[in-house]
Design a protein around this ligand. Sequence first.
Ligand SMILES: [Ca+2]
Ligand SMILES: [Ca+2]
Ligand SMILES: [Ca+2]
Length: 267
Amino acid sequence: MKNSFWRTGALALVAGLALASAATAQTVSFKDPTGDDNGPGSYTYPTDAVYKRGSFDLTGFDVESKGGKVTFDVTVNSPLEDPWGMKGGFAVQMIFIFIDTGAGGFTDTVPGLNVKFDEANAWDKLVILSPQPPGRVKDEISQKAAADRAGAILVPNRTKGAGRTISGTVELEGDPSQWGYQVVVQSNEGFPADKDLLTRKVNEFEGQHRFGGGTDYDCDPHAVDILAGAGTGDAGEVQAQHDMLKYECNPDGSAKTGAVLKMVRKS
Ligand SMILES: [Ca+2]
Ligand SMILES: [Ca+2]
Ligand SMILES: [Ca+2]
């Protein structure tokens, strides 16, 4: 967390941008390579048939701002389905959108992801796209996220899936083309571990409802696909993702070196 000088300055900046941009829509788009839905390179899907190939393979991320509202569209490489009756048009995915609006922020994230950001890429807003009812997501945030960032985490009133795209809208001022982003693809876990914020675990071996290829401890990043590099979908971004998600565990299962994420930016 940076000091209050930075936060106060950033608030003034955001207010100024909002005045300048209230009338017209502003958009920004990123792409992600296909076939890199394997975290640091080794992760495998759970074995249950609901986890269709490509379900967690991020391919596109689009942001549109209009009239003080920002809509986030996250596209994956498989038609969305709702086998669990979540009623929003999708079920198995859960998306964490970390945003650096320039207002300083946090380097650690939320429990269950096991990822951090470096100082230069600190996040100050997190939008969660979950098929769970917004009330459930907000309850989990208030119970499990650190108290100092609860106000920075936003949950759309309605999150829906259509085709291959998961969408949600939140109230947020500013010009999204100037922000940094990181999109972490996870899986909606209705029965999360005590401290995990609705996230599905990555274990050493995949199971019916567990990703494999990591460790049974929490020293591995529980992130299946993320943005990397310049977010253009270039093949080189696969290696950049694998590098960011590299981790090493101590014998007792604590993190020796954990995954450190960077933002993707247009400017
Ligand atoms: Ca991908
Ligand atoms: Ca693990
Ligand atoms: Ca990726």
